[in-house]
Design a protein around this ligand. Structure first.
Ligand code: PMP
Length: 365
């Protein structure tokens, strides 16, 4: 057997699979989960719904997940959107899969996907896996976007997909609607144009006065807003992400999706969870308060801290961030080494978990 076995694509050789370390320590603040699980009522309703689905598991699920699209449309209209109809909604196994499907439909050889670093580290992987050219512009020192430079880069590279997380991961920075509009117009100004994906995975955690891009859907046909049930909804384990966009965009994705990609169990879980949306989302305000307090505390200790509209905070700068990360792990607190060199990201947990984080950090640095 030659040393090249298995016959993996050349550019994938030697690459580690994506993913943060899953370590068995008591305080898990590394993947921006919601620390509060579903309420007992929501969990019981989900279990009942899954039980009902179980007796029909000999059948494939509804390929078009009609009921789920309708329920998601209703939720989106209560969460910054308006006039969103089921034909404008699409869902998949996490927003990661939604975005991979977007790249499958709109990327590909000879096409460009573009974002602005530092940003969500999965984006280049969707590009790589769909043989799409990856281009990364840069954010300013304060992690905001220089709009003139960003618009110029879009016009120069003519991407077919622009990925704009808002709030951005790992920095927590939200984009103003004017920025989204400007980039949508830029991406509509060349042939055949590009779709602008505003990734609102953390959209529900925005501070007051930072509007959702959902309100721009009526204005820009090339705008896609993605959301997830993994964060504010406290359902990361269920793997449900979704988007809102022009129906033509949803129809394009239907061409590339695998048939029955959303299992009957997933659909039943998501539908039951949406019936409990107010209680599942009920901890978002507590988490926002905890986040703002964490930003203030870290600044008081003299750290540099990025303003955050999300359920995590990026802070630094450390000469040896790995040593700090390790020190926290040794004290039972797992955070994330990500973002520009010297920075660390901590997800917002319960008050008790944040107290453990503060204590561990003080003991480490
Ligand atoms: N977008 C961003 C910016 C994220 O940080 C994440 C998860 N870390 C996702 C999308 C994907 O989340 P999921 O697949 O769980 O919806």
């Amino acid at each position: 057997m030659s040393g090249a076995f298995p016959p993996l694509r050349e550019e994938l050789r030697g690459i580690e699979p994506y993913g943060a370390p899953q370590l068995d320590v008591p305080v898990q603040l590394n993947v921006n989960e919601n620390p509060y699980g579903p309420s007992p009522e929501a969990a019981a309703d989900i279990a009942r719904a899954v039980g009902e689905a179980a007796v029909s598991l000999n059948r494939y699920p509804d390929r078009e997940f009609v009921a789920l699209r309708a329920a998601l449309a209703t939720y989106l209209n209560s969460s910054g959107g308006s006039a969103i109809v089921p034909e404008m909604v699409w869902a998949a196994n996490g927003s990661n899969e939604v975005m991979l499907q977007l790249l499958q439909a709109f990327g590909g050889p000879g096409r460009v996907a573009l974002s602005f670093a530092p940003t969500y580290s999965m984006y280049p992987e969707y590009a790589r896996d769909t043989l799409t050219e990856w281009v990364a512009g840069h954010r300013a020192e304060d992690f905001s976007l220089d709009l003139d430079a960003a618009g110029d880069l879009v016009l120069e590279k003519q991407p077919s997909v622009v990925l704009l997380p808002s709030p951005n991961n790992p920095t927590g920075t939200a984009l103003p609607p004017e920025a989204v509009s400007m980039l949508c117009e830029a991406a509509a100004s060349y042939e055949p144009g590009g779709v602008v994906v505003v990734d609102e995975a953390y959209g529900e955690f925005r501070r007051a006065g930072t509007p959702s891009a959902l309100e721009l859907l009526a204005v820009h046909r090339n705008l896609v807003v993605t959301r997830t049930m993994s964060k504010a909804f406290a359902l990361a384990g269920a793997r449900v992400g979704y988007l809102a966009a022009d129906p033509a965009i949803c129809d394009a994705i239907r061409v590339v999706r695998l048939p029955y990609h959303l299992s009957a169990v997933t659909q039943a879980t998501a539908l039951a969870a949406l019936r409990h949306a107010p209680e599942l989302l009920g901890r978002v305000d507590d988490l926002r308060v905890e986040r703002d307090a964490t930003v203030v505390w870290l600044r008081e200790q003299g750290f540099e801290v990025a303003d955050s509209d999300a359920n995590f905070v990026l802070f630094g700068r450390f000469a040896d961030r790995h040593a700090v990360w390790r020190g926290l792990v040794d004290r039972g607190v797992l955070i994330r080494e990500t973002g520009p060199d010297g920075w660390l990201r901590v997800s917002i947990g319960t008050a008790g978990e944040m107290a453990a984080f503060r204590q561990a950090l003080l003991e480490t640095v």
